[in-house]
Design a protein around this ligand. Sequence first.
Ligand SMILES: [Zn+2]
Length: 281
Amino acid sequence: MPEGPEVECTKLSLQPIIGKFIKKIQFTSLSQKYPKYQNKQVDFDFFSGKRLERIERKGKFLIWVFNFGKIILNHLGMSGKWLFVEEKQELPSHIKIIIHFEDFEKLAVFDDVRNFGQFRIFESYDQVLQYNPIKKIGVDGLALPFPMEDFLINLNKSNYKNREIGDILLDQNLVAGLGNIYRSESLFRAGIKPTRLVKSLNIKTKRNLGYAISETLQQALECQGSTFNIQPFETPLGLGSAQNWHKVYDKENQLCQICEAEIRAIKRNGRRIFFCPNCQK
Ligand SMILES: [Zn+2]
């Protein structure tokens, strides 16, 4: 699943279309079927002839800003990815959105095998900022320097104190950009067992976790994100390679590279957290 680094890589890889004029944003027959695509084709017709000014990232959202006020908010969901394809090229089989440009020879296409991607039109930038998932978003895990003090303020909120640290790290209101892969990797890097209650962590351990999150996400960003055979993530720049340095994610029963104990996995909300029972206390 695309997490903060993958979404940031996607944003950077879409730079060639910034400043281009839209000929047409086209829904495919597939996109009509899924309610996550909040607007209809007719709503996207307003974008024809308009210029794409910039794309911003907030957490795992991409905010597409145009020269006439309207905004498209895009979430990659579980498997969404943007690709540039030649007009005559055969399209991948799960394309939901096709963008034709006036002055860019390729098509930008949104491929989404599992259909959790989102597109939502807002009338203004301010309206996007008032949209709850954006408004409530926590510190940006990819920000440099890492906003440690704000991270600690969020982590010390009373609603987290009796919960497991592994459980709350997916809460985008705490820190934005972590998903299933990088929460396991961040906890391993910080040496914290995912089942530890937040109230049991001292200030030094909390700071270590903040640094571990930042380092993990930065490393993933440098590697163009993580990709897996089962659900390849890619951008117009190609496949990522961050999976090559994962220490625990998806490695249940394999030996820890540090201490050779067996990596274990626990399930929380239907998703697995991987950890080394020896290195993580
Ligand atoms: Zn270990």
